[in-house]
Design a binder for this molecule. Structure first.
Ligand code: SAM
Length: 230
């Protein structure tokens, strides 16, 4: 059976995806030969990057059935079907008891009260009022899904309390470093729905406005046991 890959506009990669891919491409040594997992695999393009960089196996998880189908079709089109699998499910549930050498994630973690962002599914960006609805369960479960010496690379908005994330992984014996920081554009419909207290706190800190245009700092962070990070 031929699997067709027809890109779905709602699953188009974002600036966050691009920055995550940049972080992965700078860490080929971590990826080559690793069993790799992406939580929230969406379009499948991050898994495709991991395949290109030499991961031994590619595993994806996404809550959206459409993302699972589109991601699997992309991986098949690029020749990774035999070493890849994407399952539909919530967070760590499809990979209970499994460990990976490399975990990537660009999770929905925008602090908002209304998950409607035009052209996207509600599950794409909505991180709940403080942005941590999906991020916290990810961080809580991470240590149980890394092999010894395994690492994670994730996108992390600067306005979503990085110190809290650092403290959470420290409880499991992991450290968190900022790998690099980039600016992402905040479109009006996202900004309009941003939790007011976060906007009030972060304007002039991690959120930068130039007339009608707003941008925010976004970190790519690496997480692993002490001594294993760059
Ligand atoms: C910001 S998108 C990133 C997608 C992917 N990295 C890409 O660039 O195409 C977040 C993804 O996480 C998925 N997602 C949201 N909540 C999830 C959950 N609880 N468990 C697994 N996936 C989830 C969404 O369906 C979406 O595909």
């Amino acid at each position: 059976m031929t699997i067709e890959h027809v890109p779905v506009p709602a699953l188009r990669p974002s600036e966050y995806t691009a920055a995550l891919i940049q972080g992965l491409r700078a860490r080929v040594g971590w990826i080559r030969g690793a069993d790799a997992l992406e939580i929230g695999s969406g379009s499948g393009v991050v898994l495709a990057t991991l395949g290109e960089l030499g991961a031994a196996s590619l595993f994806g998880v996404d809550v959206e059935q459409e993302a699972v189908a589109i991601g699997a079709a992309l991986l098949a089109k690029l020749g990774y079907a035999k070493r890849s699998q994407i399952l539909c499910g919530d967070m760590w549930t499809p990979v209970v008891g499994r460990r990976f050498g490399l975990v990537a994630a660009n999770l929905p973690h925008f602090p908002m009260n209304n998950p409607e962002v035009s052209g996207r599914l509600p599950s794409w960006s909505d991180g709940g009022p403080d942005g941590r609805r999906v991020l916290d369960p990810f961080l809580r479960g991470l240590a149980n899904h890394l092999t010894p010496g395994g690492r994670a690379i994730i996108a992390h908005n600067a306005f979503v309390d990085l110190d809290r994330s650092r403290d959470m992984v420290a409880k499991a014996g992991l450290t968190l470093n900022i790998a690099h920081t980039t600016l992402v554009y905040l479109p009006d419909d996202k900004l309009e729905h941003m939790t007011e207290s976060v906007l009030g706190r972060e304007e002039g800190r991690s959120i930068h406005r130039y007339g009608p245009y707003a941008f925010a700092d976004m970190h790519i962070v690496e997480i692993g046991a002490p001594g294993t990070l760059s």
